[in-house]
Ligand binder design. Structure first.
Ligand code: G3H
Ligand code: ZN
Length: 303
C-alpha cells in the first residue's frame, strides 16, 4: 500500500549539499503517471503537488490523494513520494492536513504580514502534530503581467522562527511564461535571505522558463525546491499538437482518435521533460536499482 513521506529530510539534505528536488504539479491522470514514471526511472524522490484549481477540476483533494496513491500502487512505485498542497488557503490547508497529505503550502502572501504569520503558525501546529511538512510564502511571486514583490530578510527570519519547514520567497520569479523584458532573479536578495536562514530549504516558484544558469546559481545560494508546472503544460501541448498536425488522430484504422493514443505523446513528453529538469536540478538518486516497464502499453490496443 502506497504511503507518502513528508520530505523534510530530503529537502534539508538538498539544501545542505546544494542541489534541488523538483516539485511537479499534477493536472490529471496522465500528469500523475508521467511524473511517477520519471521519478521511478531516475530513482529520484518525487514531490507531486496539486493547486486548488487543479484539485477542483479533478474532483477535490480527496480524489487527488486517492488517485496518486492508487497510481503508485499500480505502478509499483518504490521511490519516496511527497504529496503537497500547492498555494493553499487556510481552509484548503486544513482540509489536506485532515486528509493525510504529507505536506501543505499555506499561501498567505495576500494577507498583511502579521496575519500571514499568525495563520501560518496555526497551520504549523495542526500539521506538525501529524508529522506533516509546511511551506509558507513571503513577498509575492509575480504573474505574467507583473506584480511580484521581493521577500524581506526580516520576514524570512520570523517565518523560520515560527517553524516553517520550507520557505517560498519572492525574488523576481514569476508564475507562467516569463515576459521578454523579465529582469531575472534577484540573487542579492536570495543571498541575504539564505544567509539569515542557513538551514531552511528555500523554494523557487515559477521554475518554468528560467534559464539553466540562473536556476543553478539559485540552487548554489540555497534554493532546494523548484516548482514546475507550465514547463510540462507546454511540453504536453507541443507533443499533442505534433500528433494532430501529422494527422495521426485521423488514422481510423489504428484508432488514432482513441484518447489513450491521442494523449500518449504528450504524456511521454512530460516524462522526458521531467528527466531533463531532474538533471538540471542535480536531484540525487535514492539508490541504483532501476525499474522499467512501469507503464503497460499492451492496454493501448485492447477494447
Ligand atoms: O506553484 C507552482 C509553481 O510555482 C509553478 O510555476 O507554472 O511557472 O512553473 P510555473
Ligand atoms: Zn507557485
Amino acid at each position: 500500500m502506497a504511503y507518502f513521506v513528508n520530505g523534510n529530510e530530503i529537502f534539508r539534505e538538498a539544501r545542505k549539499h546544494h542541489y534541488a528536488v523538483g516539485a511537479y504539479n499534477t493536472n490529471n491522470l496522465e500528469w500523475t503517471r508521467a511524473e511517477l514514471r520519471a521519478a521511478e526511472e531516475t530513482r529520484t524522490p518525487l514531490l507531486i503537488q496539486v493547486s486548488t484549481g487543479a484539485a477542483k477540476y479533478m474532483g477535490g483533494y480527496k480524489f487527488v490523494k486517492d488517485m496518486v496513491e492508487d497510481q503508485m500502487d499500480s505502478m509499483n512505485i518504490s521511490v519516496p513520494v511527497i504529496l503537497n498542497l500547492d498555494h493553499g488557503d487556510f481552509e484548503s490547508a486544513k482540509e489536506c492536513i485532515a486528509l493525510g497529505y504529507s505536506s501543505v503550502m499555506f499561501d498567505g502572501h495576500a494577507l498583511p504580514t502579521e496575519e500571514n504569520l499568525a495563520k501560518t503558525k496555526e497551520i504549523i501546529k495542526l500539521a506538525h502534530e501529524r508529522g506533516i511538512s509546511v511551506e509558507a510564502e513571503i513577498g509575492k511571486i509575480g504573474e505574467n503581467q507583473g506584480g511580484g514583490e521581493l521577500a524581506s530578510v526580516e520576514d524570512a527570519k520570523a517565518f523560520v522562527e515560527a517553524g516553517v519547514d520550507k520557505l517560498a520567497c519572492g525574488i523576481g520569479n514569476i508564475h507562467g511564461v516569463y515576459p521578454a523584458d523579465w529582469k531575472g532573479l534577484n540573487f542579492d536578495r536570495l543571498k541575504e535571505i539564505a544567509e539569515a536562514v542557513p538551514e531552511t530549504p528555500l523554494v523557487l516558484h515559477g521554475g518554468s522558463g528560467i534559464p539553466e544558469d540562473q536556476i543553478k546559481k539559485a540552487i548554489q545560494l540555497g534554493i532546494s525546491k523548484v516548482n514546475i508546472n507550465t514547463e510540462f503544460q507546454l511540453a504536453f501541448q507541443e507533443a499533442t499538437r505534433k500528433y494532430i498536425e501529422e494527422g495521426k488522430d485521423e488514422d481510423k484504422a489504428n484508432k488514432g482518435y482513441d484518447p489513450r493514443k491521442l494523449l500518449l505523446p504528450g504524456t511521454e513528453a512530460i516524462t522526458d521533460k521531467m528527466k531533463e529538469m531532474i538533471a538540471w536540478l542535480g536531484t540525487k538518486t535514492i539508490d541504483d536499482e532501476l525499474k522499467d516497464a512501469l507503464f503497460d502499453r499492451s492496454s493501448l490496443n485492447e477494447e
